[in-house]
Design a protein around this ligand. Structure first.
Ligand code: 3PG
Length: 228
């Protein structure tokens, strides 16, 4: 992996948690919807991102679920600097380091471990840890985290869980992801402790496989209209 980004990242002063929270808030406010992307073919990287951007989705979570994830992040940072590109499905500290080196502007994880949360503090870009329970929120809260991905949102209690978390965790906000779709995303977004919503419903496998970029643009744009 090319090293200049890593050098730049490690030589710059490390942002504190308050500035990382502010950065997440501004990213999420601008995005409203965070598409969760899995790249299967190299040739899809730019057209897929362009299709989402044309529909208004310009903040992208590119997952490291495929071998092309890191390459896609690096390529998008270079070729589409107007987009905001983060890494998803970051499972451990080594994937976190790789994602930052590839140029990820933010990191999303499906769950949290103590080691990953600590690595997130020492990371130059904000980490949005995945949680599905009060105990996991408390693990992150103890280290200063106040913004989380609720995953898998529908299975973890959905809207009812978000309402319940508002009591004990008044300063915490979430990006619910997992099971969201055009039928429920508006209701999620209306929760006061939701900062944005995430998912892959606008990127159906069949559309990506057949290169139906128009359909993806339309699905993204319709989803944003639902939140307008
Ligand atoms: C994720 O990792 O965030 C999920 O795969 C996205 O969930 P969805 O596919 O149900 O939208």
């Amino acid at each position: 992996m090319n090293d200049p980004q890593r050098h730049e990242a490690t030589s710059a002063p490390l942002p504190d948690m308050a500035s990382k929270i502010a950065r997440i808030d501004s990213l999420c406010a601008a995005a409203r919807i965070l598409p969760v992307i899995r790249i299967e073919r190299e040739a899809d990287i730019l057209p897929l991102a362009d299709a989402l951007a044309a529909g208004g989705l310009r903040t992208l979570e590119v997952t490291l679920r495929s071998d092309l994830g890191l390459q896609a992040i690096a390529e998008l940072r270079k070729a589409r600097p107007e987009l905001c590109v983060g890494a998803g499905t970051v499972l451990d500290e080594s994937m976190l380091a790789d994602a930052v080196a590839a140029g990820a502007e933010f990191i999303v994880t499906p769950g949290c471990t103590q080691a990953l949360l600590e690595a997130g503090i020492a990371c130059p870009v904000p980490l949005l840890p995945g949680v599905s329970s009060a105990s996991e929120i408390m693990l992150g809260y103890a280290l200063g985290y106040r913004r989380f991905k609720l995953f898998p949102a529908e299975l973890a209690g959905g809207i009812a869980a978000l309402k319940a978390f508002r009591g004990p965790f008044g300063t915490v906000r979430f990006c619910p992801t997992g099971g969201l779709n055009p039928g429920n995303l508006r209701n999620y977004m209306q929760q006061p402790n939701v900062m944005c919503v995430g998912g892959s419903w606008m990127l159906e496998d069949a559309w990506v496989r057949s290169g139906d970029w128009q359909r993806i643009t339309q699905a993204g744009s319709e989803a944003l209209q639902l939140l307008a």
